[in-house]
Design a protein around this ligand. Structure first.
Ligand SMILES: Cc1cc2nc3c(=O)[nH]c(=O)nc-3n(C[C@H](O)[C@H](O)[C@H](O)COP(=O)(O)OP(=O)(O)OC[C@H]3O[C@@H](n4cnc5c(N)ncnc54)[C@H](O)[C@@H]3O)c2cc1C
Length: 390
């Protein structure tokens, strides 16, 4: 195992121990079997829920642990470091923030305790659409007010975990783009109760992907959503989604740091064990250096994650740090994945080593939930003041 970093030692060590113990019950064989069938890790998500980890950020008054973001960072990172796949449940950690910050008292009382107990799963986040992609404000899904309901029509894509969630946060346009002063106006967020909606205007179709991610596309045909399920004010939804994005970036970055640690551990262990030309392959600097470089990248990313979480908790603007954490951590996990496969030679491709599975899983973070180019664009324009490109 790689030595404990200062963050691992000092930031929520008890929580890290607890998550590590829980994850020990879900070894590589568990994830391999699910991966083969593209099946959802129901038992894993249930165990995390029962232990209270998925309610880490929900305030105590709603039954959660009310931890700061760094506590959730410790949970997500440890989970990935243990070889598990937090993508099955990570959304609950950050989309719940929109409900917490912008929901009415009635909505919070109705949903948050039930999410804490696991009675309701808030795992689906319907933002991306097939035609507009990253250009979120051009999305085509509409919600039209009709009495005490909204009628929703449109399509979402990459709505992950939709088949394993009871609630979905849905972003839709309530005022046409041509009629608003700014393109970010006129979008609204709804809490969709999926169990009731399925078959009554909501259709879910799974998309098979290169890794086991339970992602789907969603069709919305005259879906009636009670007006009481509008989150915050009509037309301000884009702002609500944006307000949660820093936490999302930090948590995804924490997952990438965990992935990088897993790959580095695996690569180091194998490089020490594997004897070729009568000596461990790890004695060759050509094998050592990519692993050492990935370690340095991981440490830098880990520090940026900690800094972004600190600023977030202090209520300061952490947009730049959250974006940089995501960028650096996704790069570190990808560098570590690449070094790990290369170190394993042919065995890097064998299913039973788990390396190829984690390699596929960690590749996603260059693209989702925000692609590397868009992070660079944010830094270029908003931090460095370069001209806007779009
Ligand atoms: C497995 C998976 C799970 C996902 N889960 C969810 C989910 O739960 N909910 C949800 O709402 N979305 C989800 N997404 C969607 C994800 O957030 C998007 O795929 C991602 O934001 C990129 O959008 P896009 O795929 O439409 O790419 P596009 O917007 O079509 O972009 C394609 C490529 O072009 C680049 N590009 C586009 N515009 C520019 C520009 N101006 N400058 C430079 N480069 C540019 C992008 O960086 C990207 O590499 C998921 C995606 C995947 C693959």
């Amino acid at each position: 195992m790689i030595p404990m970093t200062s963050e691992t030692k000092t930031s929520f060590p008890d929580i890290r121990d607890g998550v590590r113990q829980l994850c020990a019950n879900f070894p590589g064989s568990y994830w391999r079997a699910l991966d083969r069938d593209r099946a959802y890790p129901t038992e894993f998500v249930r165990a995390l829920t029962d232990a209270g980890y998925l309610a880490a950020l929900i305030p105590e008054e709603y039954g959660g642990s009310g931890l700061p973001l760094a506590g959730a960072v410790a949970i997500m990172e440890t989970m990935q470091h243990a070889g598990c796949n937090g993508a099955a449940c990570h959304a609950q950690m950050y989309i719940m923030g929109a409900l917490l910050r912008h929901g009415s008292d009635a909505q919070k009382r109705k949903y948050l305790p039930a999410i804490t107990s696991g009675e309701l799963r808030l795992q689906a986040f319907g933002v991306t659409e097939p035609t507009s992609g990253t250009d979120t404000t051009s999305l085509k899904t509409t919600a039209r007010r009709d009495g005490d309901h909204y009628v929703v029509n449109g399509q979402k894509i990459w709505t992950s975990r939709a088949e394993h969630s009871d609630l979905m946060l849905l972003l839709a346009r309530t005022t046409p783009k041509e009629q608003v002063a700014r393109r970010t106006d006129g979008l609204s967020v709804f809490i969709v109760e999926m169990r009731a909606a399925r078959g009554h205007g909501l259709t879910i179709r799974p998309i098979r992907t290169m890794m086991n991610h339970s992602t789907t596309e969603i069709f919305l045909d005259d879906l009636r959503v009670p007006a009481a399920n509008l989150l915050g004010e009509e037309g301000k939804g884009f702002r609500y989604i944006l307000s949660g994005m820093n936490a999302e970036r930090v948590l995804i970055a924490a997952e990438c740091v965990g992935d990088a640690k897993w790959f580095i551990d695996k690569a180091v262990a194998y490089a020490k064990d594997r004897i070729v030309f009568d000596r461990p392959i790890g004695q060759n600097q050509g094998v050592q250096f990519p692993i050492a470089r990935a370690y340095a990248q991981m440490r830098a990313a880990e520090l940026m994650v900690a800094e972004a979480a600190r600023l977030f908790e202090a209520g300061e603007d952490c947009g730049a740090e959250a974006n940089m954490a995501k960028l650096l951590a996704a790069d570190a996990s990808w560098a570590a994945a690449e070094a790990c496969v290369q170190t394993h030679g042919g065995f890097g491709f064998a299913e039973e080593y788990d390396v190829e599975r984690k390699f596929r899983e960690t590749r996603l973070y260059q693209v989702a939930p925000i692609s590397t180019n868009l992070v660079l664009s944010y830094l270029a324009e908003h931090v460095l003041g370069l001209p806007r490109s779009y």
